[in-house]
Ligand binder design. Structure first.
Ligand SMILES: [Cu+2]
Length: 166
């Protein structure tokens, strides 16, 4: 009788590799942004899912103070009337209900070095007043539908909307 060779069970299954990758990604986020970045501002426990990441900066130009989206290429979280990519002034964001959203906010107001902050009242999002080149990450769960304002409490002209769709 021919002896059948028993194939050893592979140690690294695809599923295991994916799980290890996911854990590594979470640890990388914690390492980079800190534990607080995983706790949504409108919750108390960390949410271990991949957030929609939006990068937004506060700056100043000829037209005054404004927010500028930092988006290269197409980002699902950023859908505006004009286009889907590039930097946009006071952009209007659109999300799906239930999404975890992370805003990475940075003060790049080279002109005036004024302080800036980033707020969305309905989701309890309030950054500190950040000085020049200060940055803060805030995460929230888009758990209610509607259109909400984000704004800088120091400069009334710095404002845009966040729409959460069903
Ligand atoms: Cu401001």
């Amino acid at each position: 009788m021919k002896k059948q060779k028993v194939r050893p069970k592979p140690r690294f299954t695809r599923n295991r590799a994916v799980a290890i990758g996911a854990i590594a990604a979470v640890l990388a986020i914690v390492g980079f942004f800190g534990y607080r970045a995983l706790v949504p501002t409108n919750g108390s426990v960390p949410v271990l899912s991949f957030p929609m990441n939006d990068f937004i900066k506060a700056t100043h130009g000829k037209s005054g103070y404004f927010y500028l989206s930092q988006t290269s290429g197409s980002v699902k979280g950023l859908r505006t009337s004009s286009s889907n990519s590039g930097s946009q002034i006071n952009p209007n964001y659109v999300y799906s209900k239930g999404e975890l959203v992370s805003f990475h906010f940075i003060n790049e107001d080279y002109d005036t070095h004024s302080q800036h902050n980033f707020n969305i009242d309905e989701f309890n999002v309030h950054t500190k007043d950040l000085g020049y080149f200060g940055s803060e990450t805030v995460s929230f769960v888009a758990d209610k539908t509607g259109t909400f304002n984000y704004y800088c409490s120091i400069h009334p002209e710095m404002k845009g909307t966040i729409t959460v769709e069903q």
